[in-house]
Ligand binder design. Structure first.
Ligand code: NI
Length: 135
C-alpha cells in the first residue's frame, strides 16, 4: 500500500463508544489500525468472492484408523499440490489427528479443496481461514 491518507468520519456517539470499547478489548492501540483492519476484511471478502488469490489454512480433525479416508485425503492433497504449501500433522491422542494445511491459490480452488476435505466420510470437523493477498 502507498502513503497514508487521513479522512473524517461522521458516526453516532454511542456507536463510537461501543466501537472504542470493543477495539480496546481486542488490544488495538489506535482506532486507525482497527478501522484499516475492518476495511481490509471487507475488501478481502470481495476478492475472495471474486475469485482472487488467497492464502491461509485449512484445518481438520479425523480418526487415523479410517485408512480409506486417509488414503483419499492424501490423493486429494496430491491432486492440488500446487495449492498446498505445507502440511502439519499432530497426533492429538490415540485416535485423533489434527492436520493443518497451509494453502495458497485461486479462491475458488481453495474453497473447493476445503469442501472436498470436509465432505470426506471420517472427517470430524473442518475449518478454513483465508485472506486475500492482493490487497
Ligand atoms: Ni496422527
Amino acid at each position: 500500500m502507498a502513503g497514508l491518507t487521513r479522512f473524517g468520519v461522521s458516526i453516532e456517539q454511542e456507536l463510537l463508544k461501543v466501537f472504542d470499547k470493543r477495539i480496546k478489548e481486542q488490544s488495538y492501540e489506535t482506532r486507525s489500525k482497527a478501522i484499516a483492519d475492518l476495511i481490509k476484511e471487507y475488501v478481502s471478502a470481495d476478492v475472495i468472492e471474486g475469485g482472487g488469490t488467497v492464502a491461509g489454512a485449512i484445518s481438520f480433525l479425523y480418526d487415523h484408523h479410517n485408512k480409506d479416508m486417509v488414503s483419499k485425503l492424501l490423493e486429494i492433497q496430491h491432486e492440488v499440490h500446487d495449492s498446498v504449501l505445507s502440511m502439519q500433522h499432530i497426533h492429538l491422542d490415540h485416535n485423533n489427528c489434527l492436520e493443518i494445511l497451509a494453502v495458497r491459490g485461486p479462491a475458488e480452488g481453495i474453497r473447493s479443496l476445503y469442501h472436498r476435505i470436509k465432505a470426506l466420510k471420517g472427517i470430524k470437523l473442518a475449518s478454513v481461514s483465508v485472506t486475500a493477498i492482493d490487497i
